[in-house]
Design a protein. Structure first.
Length: 152
């Protein structure tokens, strides 16, 4: 609930930037404890964004395709783990463990640029499905009973 008023673009970009910074620093880690701490930072950055990515996918989906949109996000999350581990191990075997983290940082930069290029600046808060342009407020939503209500 603490992040509900943070615009999604800022939340996603910040989480991804922290992930990139942690992986970049991990590529230059001077010791195992430093590497371990940086991996925790990267994991926390990813974990802080993941629930909002699922919610964003569900909100962007047409009502009859919500499940499909969420499944695509789930495939990306699990696929990155399933493919990332062997690919990372191969990169580490070919060029050393530092190259694995440098490659993850580079991939994160590409994702960050794509995110900033495609996600709109002005977007509603997580609880707002319809944004009233230039007013800074949510448009009233219809409840299931048909009455209008404005989210808090």
């Amino acid at each position: 609930m603490a992040l509900i008023r943070v615009p999604r673009r800022a939340l996603f970009a910040t989480g991804l930037a922290v992930f990139v910074a942690a992986n970049t620093a991990a590529a230059f880690a001077p010791s195992y404890p430093a590497l371990f701490a940086l991996r925790i930072v990267a994991a926390l950055a990813a974990a802080s964004v993941t629930p909002s990515v699922f919610a964003f996918a569900a909100e962007q989906a047409p009502p009859d395709r919500t499940g499909r949109f969420i499944a695509v996000v789930a495939l990306g999350v699990t696929g990155s783990i399933a493919l990332g581990v062997p690919v990372g191990a191969w990169i580490g075997g070919q060029w050393g463990w530092r190259a694995t983290f440098a490659t993850m940082a580079a991939a994160g930069v590409v994702a960050l640029v794509a995110l900033l290029a495609t996600l709109p600046r002005d977007e509603p808060h997580a609880t707002c499905r319809r944004w009233v342009s230039n007013s800074g407020r949510c448009a009233p939503r219809r409840s299931r009973s048909g009455s209008s209500r404005t989210p808090r």
